[in-house]
Design a protein around this ligand. Structure first.
Ligand code: SF4
Length: 351
């Protein structure tokens, strides 16, 4: 159950939102030594202490300062649903201002993949997505992103992969998402390998270019969903403003700058984007860009008249790639029975 926070607690910000550099800066401005940030990071993320008063190696004045200015966790778990096959776990979390988000853990044998949310709602109204039907409420802070990870790591023992593919468009909350990744990846922080972290964007071209410039080696996934501008803009209306050409230009830039392969995500929608001609255009695109193609059968969302393809239709579409060099991955359908599958997250907000 969610623990109710006092007004005083609400005024303080989550210390999880600070990168180690930010924390050093804050400490120095308050008259404490810079190196204390490393100790505090180790207490928070390696020893996982939940009280500043338990950080015994710190001087009492610093413990008091921290307790007066920060809280350690700001997230409360409101609900937990498990799919019938037990492989998908969906969590509803309450934030300190009463708004809600969802996160998902997908199990594959002993491996756990965590799907993190980056915003409350989303401003990009992709037609196949339930989150897109919600209005955008706000960006999540780095601490609220990390809180999802920490809570679910405690619940599930270990998290092997992290994907920013939950509610929201991560590249429209760029700084907070990158700062949360810095803390996840920091040696004194959570020490998660950068290759295990994927940012999935609907196609924010400027954000893709910015990410390429970070030289952080974060994995990139981009929603393609249609190989031509007109159809893509029909499926994802924001694509009228950020065109396919711009997205492809940004992907070229990403590849030139990082030398890395990325993933194109492709939601398979019956009778819409599964024609032979669509596959041919994707194969043509693979001759100029190095990407893996991740095929995701559309998951039903209320208020959307798209339909899921049958397994036979998916197989027929996949056959179009058999003589190409493209690496095609068919995403298994997971968590549909608890609306935890791709595009189905929708945390109803309090009035
Ligand atoms: S698919 Fe992603 S970007 Fe598109 S509406 Fe849903 S959450 Fe937003």
């Amino acid at each position: 159950m969610m623990t109710l926070k006092t007004t005083d607690q609400l005024k303080r910000s989550s210390i999880y939102s600070l990168t180690q550099n930010d924390l050093s800066q804050v400490l120095m401005e308050a008259g404490f030594e810079k190196y204390r940030s490393q100790q505090i990071f180790q207490f928070l993320y390696q020893k996982r202490l939940n009280q500043f008063s338990d950080m015994k190696n710190l001087p009492e004045s610093l413990r008091t300062y921290l307790a007066e200015h920060f809280v350690i966790s700001s997230l409360g778990n409101l609900d937990h649903q498990i799919s019938q096959d037990k492989n998908t776990h969906k969590y509803l979390f309450g934030l300190s201002d009463g708004l809600r988000i969802e996160s998902v853990v997908i199990k594959d044998g002993s491996r756990n993949t965590l799907c993190l949310s980056s915003q409350v709602g989303c401003s990009l109204n992709c037609r196949f997505c339930a989150t897109g039907q919600m209005e955008i409420k706000r960006n999540l802070k780095p601490g609220e992103i990390l809180d999802q990870f920490l809570y679910l790591k405690d619940k599930h023992g270990s998290i092997h992969n992290i994907v920013f593919m939950g509610m929201g468009e991560p590249l429209l909350n760029y700084n907070n998402v990158i700062n949360s990744i810095r803390i996840l990846n920091s040696k004194d922080g959570l020490d998660v390998g950068i290759k295990r972290i994927t940012v999935s964007t609907a196609g924010i071209a400027k954000g893709i270019r910015r990410l390429a410039d970070e030289s952080m080696n974060i994995q990139l996934a981009v929603s393609l969903n249609a190989p031509d501008q007109e159809l893509r803009a029909e499926i994802m209306p924001f694509a009228q403003k950020i065109t396919l050409q711009e997205v492809i230009g940004a992907c070229h830039f990403y590849q030139e700058k990082t030398g890395r392969r990325f993933t194109f995500e492709y939601v398979l929608i019956k009778g819409v984007n599964m024609r032979k001609g669509d596959a041919k255009k994707i194969v043509k695109l693979s001759k100029e860009l190095h990407f893996n193609l991740n095929l995701i059968p559309y998951n039903p969302v209320s208020g959307c008249d798209y339909q899921s393809p049958t397994p036979y239709e998916v197989d027929q579409f996949v056959k179009n790639f058999q003589y190409s060099r493209l690496e095609v991955v068919q995403r298994k359908r997971k968590g549909r029975d608890i609306s935890a599958a791709c595009g189905q997250l929708l945390a109803s907000q309090p009035d």
